[in-house]
Design a protein around this ligand. Structure first.
Ligand code: COA
Length: 467
């Protein structure tokens, strides 16, 4: 019998992993014949990318018949006694895997971010969130007439059903706004007459309701949690202006609305990011749009994704002044901690949204005489580049921008969701329009097939306690 063992390349002592993910080093394998208990040691030099015997991050080792690898050091073992499939290919975290097609958004690691072919910088400086939401949903920028009709529909759909408002009032004190939002969106599903109609027209109607009501949920939940009444509706306000008005109860200044509009444009989509991908997985089972958006919201909450912008603000407050950036970050790196607002799965030369967000942070700092936030971030950027060769991502500068706009940092991630909802809906529609179930495989790392233990095993039987 040809017996192959496949062991995942361990990234640890004696092994170096360069930025290009080339792995070099050596491993000791302990091979054993379970019948005779005879064992032998094998020391293997390896280099990632070696075509002959290294597949992805796996090393293929021919074993003699009857020999098995002892799964020490967490090595994953694979042999054809356990599996008849030719060769598994595996990328931890799905890194670099093309998991589907989309015509909505292109994240080019070198050239930036395009929505339906348009550069986000041009979009952010030329149009508002309504135009971008329409673009993502329909594929083209709206005409003037389409845009005003869409804005009108958004305004009409903003009010929440009474039962949803009542539910928001039931949450325990201290409930995180993301949890209120996720629950609220899930609840809104049952009030939507189009819930189980996945036709394109019905999906577009649901998307409009979701974009409008997601924003109302965030602002209403915040006001209710802080004992404030909901302000009267203002259908004349744009999506961005309405968000600020519904939150504060005051019509916002134009400059504030313009900045929020730009932020909403920058966050609106990012191809197969974790929350969009998870929303598409849900949509691929032909579950409804609300179920998929609820999935997306659950995924967005995590600090490695959308939750990073709230965590970043905590970090910036803790650092407090630019002269503390270097020592603060070095201490955290020495403890192998992740620094929020840095790193990205796709961008390796820099997040294309950072320059605009950095500029907004500087502009708002000057406006409010709070000139320390951007320099703290810049200090962090310098150290992270020098020490880890890692670039800032959009959340680093988004945190002080939201703060300077007067938004509570618990709303950073919900605000992200108020923007990304248009991207999620566009992806869900695309998924429903060209659906194939998303169902990957896993690499089994548990025990090989083994005999069930002999002994006095008895299946527990239900006891009837009724007299
Ligand atoms: N701080 C410190 N080190 C970081 C880091 C960060 N923010 N991001 C990545 N790294 C390091 C890892 O520790 C790892 O180092 P190692 O090879 O020495 O172990 C290496 O860079 C690769 O990191 P990894 O977590 O495998 O990269 P990824 O592609 O899986 O993760 C993120 C991408 C975004 C999850 C990651 O960069 C991160 O956690 N960032 C902080 C959270 C954040 O800002 N998220 C918002 C993203 S828009």
């Amino acid at each position: 019998m040809t017996c192959w063992a496949m062991t995942r390349v361990p990234i640890r002592e004696g092994v170096s992993k360069s930025r290009s993910h080339q792995v070099r080093g050596h491993i000791n394998l302990h091979l054993a014949d379970p019948a005779s208990n005879a064992g032998k040691e094998s020391n293997i030099q390896y280099r990632d990318g070696c075509a002959r015997s290294c597949v992805d991050h796996f090393w293929r080792i021919p074993l003699g018949a009857g020999l098995t690898i002892l799964p020490e050091h967490g090595f994953n073992c694979w042999n054809d006694a356990m599996n008849t499939e030719p060769r598994p290919s595996y990328s931890p975290g799905l890194e670099g895997v093309i998991a589907g097609e989309t015509s909505i958004c292109w994240v080019d690691p070198n050239a930036g971010l395009l929505y339906r072919g348009y550069d986000i910088h041009e979009l952010a400086s030329q149009v508002g969130y309504e135009e971008v939401a329409w673009l993502l949903l329909h594929g083209e920028l709206p005409t003037e007439e389409e845009c005003s009709s869409f804005s009108r529909q958004l305004a009409e759909q903003r009010p929440l059903p009474r039962q949803v408002i009542e539910t928001l009032r039931q949450f325990p004190k201290g409930t995180h706004p993301m949890d209120m939002l996720r629950t609220g969106i899930s609840m809104l599903a049952v009030f939507d007459p189009d819930l189980n109609d996945h036709s394109r027209a019905a999906n577009l109607r649901k998307a409009t309701r979701l974009i409008a009501q997601d924003s109302t949920l965030v602002t209403s939940a915040w006001r209710i949690a802080h004992g404030r009444e909901l302000p009267p509706v203002r259908p004349d306000l744009t999506h961005a202006a309405n968000f600020l008005y519904s939150l504060t109860g005051e019509p916002p200044e134009d400059w504030r609305t313009e900045i929020l509009d730009r932020i909403l444009v920058l966050y609106a989509d990012h191809e197969f990011n974790a929350s969009t991908f998870s929303a598409r997985v849900t949509a691929s089972t032909l579950a409804d749009m609300y179920a998929a958006v609820t999935t997306g919201l659950g995924t967005l909450k995590g600090p490695l994704h959308g939750g990073a912008n709230e965590e970043t603000m905590k970090m910036l407050r803790e650092i407090g002044s630019p002269d503390r950036s270097e020592s603060w970050v070095k201490q955290r790196l020495a403890r192998k901690e992740k620094i929020m607002g840095f790193g990205h799965r796709v961008y390796k030369k820099g997040d294309s949204r950072v320059p605009m967000m950095r500029e907004l942070a500087r502009e708002l700092g000057r406006r409010f005489g709070q000139n320390h936030w951007a320099p703290i971030c810049e200090g962090l950027e310098a150290v992270m580049e020098r020490e880890k060769k890692l670039c800032a991502n959009v959340d680093l500068y988004a945190a002080p921008v939201f703060y300077l706009l007067g938004l509570p940092s618990e709303l950073n991630t919900p605000l992200f969701a108020c923007s990304r909802i248009s991207g999620w809906c566009a992806h869900i529609i695309e998924q429903h329009d060209h659906n194939r179930l998303i169902r990957p495989r896993s690499l089994y790392t548990g025990p090989a097939r083994r005999a069930f233990p002999t002994g006095n095993w008895k299946k527990p039987r239900p006891t009837n306690t009724a007299s």
